[in-house]
Design a protein around this ligand. Structure first.
Ligand SMILES: NC(=O)c1ccc[n+]([C@@H]2O[C@H](COP(=O)([O-])OP(=O)(O)OC[C@H]3O[C@@H](n4cnc5c(N)ncnc54)[C@H](OP(=O)(O)O)[C@@H]3O)[C@@H](O)[C@H]2O)c1
Length: 240
């Protein structure tokens, strides 16, 4: 895919990696739509990049996704790329964690992208050239015990992405995975001691991560594993 004149929907695009994706994909001449939940953050994103379109969706709620689908297909019939980027991370100690928070993390990181894809897939399949990209993480491949539910949900998303790719092999829809390493906008926030040990891991600038994503898609590289994520993937294999 050349990533020019595409119509791209990015979940969780009102901040962080998603917003950087929007910035770089707009610069290439694409139509970019981002989603989020926090209206203020979406307004700020729109003020920064006026060409951006913003919509609300709660990716854990099938009705909210279906409403979004109706709006997007009405407003952007040329939509051909879905980027499942929305995600969350909790620092969790199993002895004290609440079941509710755990379920929320699994639903957001795993069920969310699966439901989004399920709802948008019939439309993508009608396009001449289309793609789904799921954002996993370097710690999908490596059991990160300080955020264990995050790590497990991203491994689940990695596995789902592979199955989706196999099932869509003979269609116009390509399936990509981006597994970012720890970035310049890190997600982890735990105890002082855990933060100190995580802070030793190098950070990759988010602009660099997104550059790698764009290069990867253009080169048709199905699994894009930038920077330290390569090492985590290798260590994860040994760990297994
Ligand atoms: N940052 C890193 O170092 C890093 C490393 C590896 C992988 N990743 C992955 O990269 C992706 C983006 O991370 P980020 O650091 O850029 O995150 P971020 O700045 O915290 O942004 C997360 C986005 O997801 C949205 N979101 C979260 N839960 C949602 C839900 N239930 N329904 C709808 N939208 C929801 C948020 O919207 P609202 O704010 O409006 O709720 C926000 O726009 C995530 O999948 C993350 O796991 C990040």
């Amino acid at each position: 895919m050349d990533l020019v004149n595409d119509t791209i929907l990015i979940t969780g695009g009102s901040s962080g990696i998603g917003l950087e994706m929007a910035k770089q994909l707009l610069a290439l001449g694409n139509t970019v739509i981002v989603t989020g939940r926090n209206e203020e953050k979406m307004n700020q994103a729109k003020a920064k990049y006026p060409q951006l379109y913003t919509y609300s969706v709660e990716v854990t709620d099938i009705e909210s996704i279906q409403q979004l689908y109706v709006q997007i297909i009405r407003d952007f019939p040329a939509l051909n790329i879905l980027i499942n980027n929305a995600g969350m991370m909790n620092a969790i100690k199993f002895q004290t964690a609440k079941a509710e928070g755990i379920a929320d993390e699994v639903t957001t990181n795993l069920a969310g992208p699966i439901l989004m894809t399920q709802v948008f897939l019939p439309h993508l399949l009608k396009q001449k050239e289309a793609a789904v990209l799921n954002v996993t993480s370097g710690i999908a491949y490596f059991a990160f015990d300080k955020a264990p539910i995050y790590s497990a949900s991203k491994l689940g998303l990695h596995s789902y992405t592979q199955s989706l790719r196999k099932q869509l092999k003979k269609t116009s829809v390509k399936v990509f995975e981006l597994a970012p390493p720890r970035t310049s906008k890190p997600m982890f926030s735990g105890t002082e001691e855990d933060n100190a040990s995580v802070d030793r891991i190098p950070e990759m600038p988010i602009a660099e991560v997104v550059k790698k994503m764009i290069e990867g898609i253009k080169k048709n590289r199905e699994t894009i594993v930038p920077g330290m994520s390569k090492l985590l993937k290798l260590v994860g294999k040994i760990q297994l």
